[in-house]
Design a binder for this molecule. Sequence first.
Ligand code: AMP
Ligand code: MG
Length: 426
Amino acid sequence: MAENVQSMLAVDEALERILAVFSRLPAEQIDVADGLGRVLAEDVRATLDLPPFANSSMDGYAVRAADVLNARRDAPVTLTVVGDIPAGSAPQFTISTGQAARIMTGAPLPAGADAVIPVEHTDDAPQSGKYTDRLAAPPPPRIAIFEPSQAGAYVRPVGEDVQAGQTVLREGRVLRAADLGVLVGLGLPRIRVVRRPLVAVLSTGDELLDVHEPLAPGKIRDTNGYTITALVQGLGAQAIRLGIARDTVEDVRAHLQRALDAKADLILSTAGVSVGSYDVVKNVVESLGALGFWKVRMRPGKPLAFGHLQSTPFMGLPGNPVSAMVSFDVFARPAILKMAGRSLYTATAEAELAHPLQSDGRQSYIRVTLEQQNGKLVARSTGNQSSGVLTSLVNADGLLIVPEGVTEVQAGSRLAVRLLTEHFIP
Ligand code: AMP
Ligand code: MG
């Protein structure tokens, strides 16, 4: 990859270059029981109707509606009960004129019947306190119907839910609980899904300590290792946290080798990509592949490295905690979604800015709270927007985008906000 060192790029140009490198990962077969959150690798077409047979939606009596058109409480119609149809049975008899069969919810409608009379509309209505007596009791020989009916009443027709031949779920769908229910209803124990992307996350820096290490002078804790890993996991991808590499060629190489050994689909590192500080990461990645250093016209963010180690894509995110997370959201998230076979859709809302803002002409991602006021969504800065102030993200509902080239934004301006709750929560 021949990249100009420090090329200046707009956000969209940088994203386009990154996305060009990624494609959907191969499919694999899994048990439907493991399908939650997985991405369908192909359309699913129904090979049968659901429900597969017409059935009762009530406990009651299967009848011919024409027999009970004029039934009333003061003038009931009496029918002969010729059968009993518990759920799970398959009635072999036919209902003729003047006949009925007791039927339970979910049981198949017998031939000849076209309606169900709920038991409450008959003289077999349960009396209080008599339920145990009724368990397994045979139906009465005759039944009085107190209400009229019509064809189709309390009957769930064949294919009411799904029709054979219909595409029920599309490729790229992130499977939800109800989707799994439909797949199971269709009798599909195994499903084809896209393999989950495996993303290695490396922190670099001599100042970094892990969370359980005691703080020492000049040191800070490696928050990026955890925030970036969490963002990866929130996308349904698998993360390998490589830990902290010291600012030495040997240590960075050893850590990156673990990512290669694990056959990661993408390696993310943080820090060591800004001017004057990138030599270690640059040396190692270039010795194993190629790396371009970009200055993206965005804030926070700006420095971004992108290239490959052997054949594995490598993205060097900035070190500042907010810059790392915002750069992940803008560049790594779409790359991971593309590998995962998912839509690159970004949830945004238009919001009215409660106060004026200044920007430096780079595309800016202002951390804002969002509030509904008089039917409008109102955005307010979360305060100090320094790229080291992680609580500006903790308190944020979204990232308000001040487009490139804009330096002044008036109060009341309407701008797009990327909705973080849609991104940063699995
Ligand atoms: P650098 O890109 O190495 O110049 O780092 C930029 C800033 O980000 C510095 O203040 C670093 O201390 C900070 N930083 C770098 N890596 C991490 C990390 N993993 N967690 C928290 N802060 C970091
Ligand atoms: Mg550093």
